[in-house]
Design a protein around this ligand. Sequence first.
Ligand code: PHE
Length: 494
Amino acid sequence: MGKVETWPGRGSFVLAAIGSAIGLGNVWRFPFIAYKYGGGAFILVYLVSLFIIGIPILILEFALGYHFKSSAPGALRRISSRWEWLGWFALLAGFGVVSYYVVVMGWAANYFVYSANLAWGENTESFFFNKVLNLSDSIFSIGSIRLNILLGLIVCWVWILLSIWKGPLTVGRVVYVTVTVPWLILIVFVIRGVTLPGAMEGLKYYLTPNFAQLRNPELWHAAFSQIFFTLTIGFGVMIAYAAFLPPKSDIVNNALLIALADALTAFIAGIAVFATLGYHAYMVGKPVSEVAKGGPSLAFVVYPMIINSLPGARLCGLLFFAMLLTLAVDSAFSLVEAISAGVTERFGWRRWKVNVGIMIVGILVGLIYTTSAGLYWLDVVDHFVTHLGLFSVALLQCIAAGYFYSLRTLRVSINEYSDIKLGKSWEYIIKYLVPPVSIFLLVCSLRKDIISPYGGYPRLATFLGGWLPIFLFVIISIVLARIAQKRDAGGFTP
Ligand code: PHE
C-alpha cells in the first residue's frame, strides 16, 4: 500500500472539502430542484434534511476516511471484506455524476465565450434550447454531436486533469481562489436581482414554506438526494479527503463549517435565481410557477437574464461564467482524486494513468450529452444516479458502519480532537433514523418510477439511462472488490 499522504497545513483540507462540496450543485442544481418542487415547500424540507441527515452522514464519511486512513473501497473493506464493493459503487456513482457534470461545465465554458458579446440576446430560453443545444423533440432523436459542447467538454476535462497533475495535495492552493471569488460575484447578482421589478414575487415563491408538503415523500427524497449531491456524500470523495488528514484533526468543526458554507452558497444562488424569475414573470405577466421549465436548463436561461440587466453586462457575464467554472472544477477533480486514490490503493496502478483513463472514459460517456437529445439524457441520468445511486450509497454506508462496525469506536476516534463533541445521538441517527427513513423513501419513489417512468420519458430511455447503469455499477463494483481481494490474498506488494 502506498504511503499515506497528508494535507499541507490546516486550512487546505477544509478548503479542498469546501471546494468539492460547493459547485454546480449549489448554483445550477439547487435552484432548479427547488423550482421544480415548488420553491418554499422544498426549502423547508431541504433545511431539515441538512441537519438531520446531511451533517451526520458527512461526519460519518469523514470518520471513515480518518479512522481507517483509506479511500472508500479500502475503508469499507476494513469494516468487512463483504462491504468493499460499496466503496467502488460510490466511486462509480460519483463517476456517473461527473460524466454529465463536466458537460454542464462545457455549457458554461461556451457561455463564457458568449458573454463577450452577450450572444444570448433577449430571449435566453430560445437561445439555450435552439442555438446552444439544438434540442431535439424527443430523447431518442439524438441528431448529431454539437461540436461547441464537445469542445467545451474536452477543454474542461483537460483542465480538471491539469489542476491535480502534481498530486492531490496541491489542491489546497487552487481552492483559495475558487472558493472565495465566486462568493463576491454571487453577492453582486443578489443585490441586482432583488432590486429588479417583480423580484419580491419570486422571493415569495422561494421562501414561503408550505407545511402541507412536509408529508410528501417525493419531496423528501428529492431533498435528501440534493443534500447528498451538494455535500458530495455518497461519492467516496469525502472519505478519501479525510484519509489524508493528519492525526489530531478536528472533524466535527470542519464538517459543520463545510455544510454551512455549502448551504449558504446554495441559498444565496437561490435568491439570485428566484428574484430574477420574479422579474421575468413580471415582464411576461405570468405567475412565477409558470415562467420556466424546472429542469437542468434553468440556470442557463435565468443567469443570462440577470446578466443582461447589469451595468457592464459583458464583464459580469465573463466573471460569472468564469466563477461557475472555477466552482465546478474543484468538485469534478475531487472525484477524480477519489477514484485514483481507490485504484492506486487497491490495485497499485500509477496515479497519472488512472487519471488519464478517467478522462478518456469521461469524454466518451459524455458524448451522449453533447447530442441534440443530450439534455434529456442528462436529466434521466441525473435523476437515477442521485435518487438511486448516491442515495443508496449513503443509506448502505450507515448500515455498514452502524450494524457491521462500531459507531462508538468511530465516535470516540473523532471526538478525541474535536471542540464540539459528538453525542450518542449521532449514533442513533446513523443507526436508527437514516436506514428506515431512507428505505421508506426509496420504496415510495422506486414504486413511482416503476409505475410511471421518470419525467414521462419512454420506458426504454429510463431503462438505458437509469436502471441499467446502476445495475452495471453494482456488478462492476462486486467484481472490482473480488479482484482486489484476490490480489491481497496473493500477497502482491504494489
Ligand atoms: N458537491 C458537488 C456540487 O455541489 C457535486 C460533485 C462533487 C460533483 C464531486 C462531481 C464530483 O457541485
